[in-house]
Design a protein around this ligand. Structure first.
Ligand SMILES: *[C@@H]1O[C@H](CO)[C@@H](O)[C@H](O)[C@H]1NC(C)=O
Ligand SMILES: *[C@@H]1O[C@H](CO)[C@@H](O)[C@H](O)[C@H]1NC(C)=O
Length: 405
C-alpha cells in the first residue's frame, strides 16, 4: 500500500483526477439504476451540478449546506464551487471545439417577484444565465413557454420537457436543465461497415440493431475487481472525439454476464482507475448505434441524495429575493445523446458480419450486450454524461427498404 502511494505521488502530473463531483455522479447513477429496471439510462452529472450551483447561489443556511454536502463541495472554501463550475463549463464551451454541446439551465421564476440584483449578477457571472420569468398561474402557457425556451437552447433536440400538470397555482420556482451533445469521433466508423446484428439484452431477449465496426487505435484495458461479483474480467474502451478533449468510455462485461452484476462495483475511484490504466493500442470494435434520451425528476432523485430542504416550505432562498418565501416546486433534467458512425446518413450495409474470430489479432470489444458508458472531458475530468445502453437502436429485419439502402 505504501509503495502504491509513493508511486502515485510521483506520477501525479500524468494522472487523471476525477473531478470533485465524481462521487455525486456515481451516487446519482446508482439511484437511477435502482429505479430503472431494464431501461437505458442517460443523465448529465455536470449539468445537474451546474443547476444546483445556480440554486446554491440563491440559498442560505441548511438549503445551502445540503447542496454543498451532497455535491461534494464541503471541502472547498465557501463559494469556490462557483468558480469551479464556471471553469468546468468553460472548458466544454471552447469556441474551436469540434463538437456541439448545448446546456440549457435556467431557473424559471414567477413574474413580478423582485430579485436581488447581486444574485442576478452572480448568475450571469458564473453561469452566463439569466433568470427567466413566467406566470405559473397559466399552467399550459407556462409549459409551452418553458418548452420553447429549452428547444431553442438545445438545437430543438429536446422538446416537450414539461406539461401543464407540472405546475400548480402555488408554483413559484422551477429548475430546468437540459443538455445535448454531438461529437465526431476522432476515428470514425465507416458506414459501409455497419451491419444488422443481434444484440442480447439482459433479460435474454434478442433485438436486431445496426452494429458499427472498425479497427483502430484506442485506449483499452481489461479489469477485474478480484472477485467474481462483477463476473470476473470486464473491458474498458475509451474512444476520443475529434480534438481529443472529450471521450466516451465504454465498460462492457463479458457476454454472459448481465450489466446488473457489474453496476454495483462502479465507484468514483474506479472511474479514475479506468481512465489512468487504459493503454493506447489497436482494438477491434463492434458498437451498436444508439440514441438515448431520458427525463429525470430531479426533485425525487436529489431528495434521496440528501438535498431536501430546497423543496420544502423551510427552504431558505433568501439570497434570490427577500420579498417572498420561495422553494423549488419542480426540478427536471432531460438528456439526449445519439451515437452514430458520425454524420453519414444512409449508406448502411445489410447482412451479418462474418465473424472470423480465429483471425483476430487485436483485443476485440463486442458490444452486442448491455454496457455502461461515460462521456467526459479528459482535461478536467468532468463527466458530461453517464448512462447505460440496455437496448440500442432497434431495426426491423423485415424492413426491405432498409436492405436496399
Ligand atoms: C478557475 O480558473 C481561473 C482562471 O484560470 C483560476 O484562477 C481559478 O483558480 C479557477 N478556479 C478553480 C476553483 O479552480
Ligand atoms: C432563441 O435563442 C436565440 C439566441 O439565444 C434568441 O436570439 C431568440 O430570440 C430565441 N428564440 C426564441 C423563440 O426564444
Amino acid at each position: 500500500f505504501l509503495i502504491f502511494l509513493f508511486l502515485s505521488i510521483h506520477c501525479i502530473p500524468a494522472l487523471f483526477h476525477s473531478d470533485t463531483t465524481s462521487e455525486f455522479s456515481v451516487r446519482l447513477y446508482q439511484r437511477l439504476q435502482a429505479a430503472g429496471g431494464q431501461d437505458n439510462i442517460i443523465f448529465s452529472p455536470l449539468s445537474v451540478a451546474v443547476a444546483l450551483g445556480m440554486v446554491e447561489l440563491g440559498a442560505r443556511g441548511a438549503s445551502l449546506e445540503e447542496i454543498r454536502q451532497a455535491v461534494g463541495f464541503s471541502h472547498l472554501l465557501p463559494g469556490v464551487e462557483f468558480s469551479l463550475l464556471q471553469n468546468l463549463t468553460a472548458a466544454l464551451l471552447d469556441d474551436d471545439s469540434h463538437y456541439v454541446i448545448r446546456f440549457a439551465n435556467s431557473l424559471f421564476l414567477q413574474e413580478d417577484v423582485t430579485f436581488n440584483p447581486e444574485f442576478l449578477h452572480l448568475m450571469k457571472k458564473y453561469f452566463r444565465a439569466d433568470v427567466e420569468t413566467v406566470d405559473f398561474s397559466e399552467s399550459s402557457a407556462v409549459a409551452e413557454q418553458i418548452n420553447k425556451w429549452v428547444e431553442n437552447h438545445t438545437d430543438s433536440k429536446i422538446r416537450a420537457l414539461l406539461s401543464a400538470d407540472d405546475f400548480s397555482s402555488v408554483t413559484r420556482l422551477t429548475l430546468v436543465n437540459a443538455v445535448y451533445f454531438r461529437g465526431s469521433w476522432k476515428n470514425q466508423f465507416r458506414p459501409e461497415n455497419t451491419r444488422t446484428f443481434s444484440f442480447s439484452r439482459d433479460d435474454g431477449s434478442e433485438v436486431q440493431t445496426l452494429m458499427m465496426y472498425q479497427q483502430g487505435d484506442f485506449y483499452y484495458g481489461e479489469f477485474s475487481d478480484g472477485s467474481q461479483e462483477a463476473g470476473g474480467v470486464y473491458q474498458v474502451l475509451e474512444m476520443p472525439y475529434e480534438g481529443e478533449d472529450m471521450s466516451m468510455m465504454i465498460v462492457l462485461p463479458r457476454q454472459e454476464v448481465p450489466l446488473a452484476s457489474l453496476e454495483p462495483i462502479i465507484k468514483a475511484p474506479l472511474l479514475e482507475e479506468w481512465a489512468n490504466n487504459v493503454k493506447r493500442q489497436k482494438v477491434e470494435i463492434y458498437l451498436p448505434r444508439f440514441k438515448v434520451e431520458q427525463k429525470i425528476d430531479l426533485k425525487d432523485t436529489l431528495q434521496e441524495l440528501g438535498i431536501k430542504n430546497i423543496f420544502t416550505n423551510n427552504a431558505d432562498l433568501s439570497a434570490m429575493t427577500d420579498v417572498e418565501d420561495l422553494y423549488i416546486g419542480k426540478a427536471v433534467q432531460k438528456a439526449y445523446l445519439e451515437v452514430t458512425e458520425e454524420g453519414a446518413e444512409g449508406a448502411v450495409g445489410s447482412g451479418m458480419i462474418a465473424l472470423t474470430r480465429t483471425l483476430v489479432l487485436y483485443p476485440q470489444v463486442m458490444a452486442d450486450h448491455p454496457f455502461f458508458f461515460i462521456i467526459r472531458n479528459r482535461r478536467t475530468g468532468s463527466i458530461l454524461f453517464m448512462g447505460r445502453v440496455m437496448t440500442p437502436e432497434i431495426i426491423d429485419p423485415n424492413d426491405h427498404a432498409f436492405d436496399s439502402m
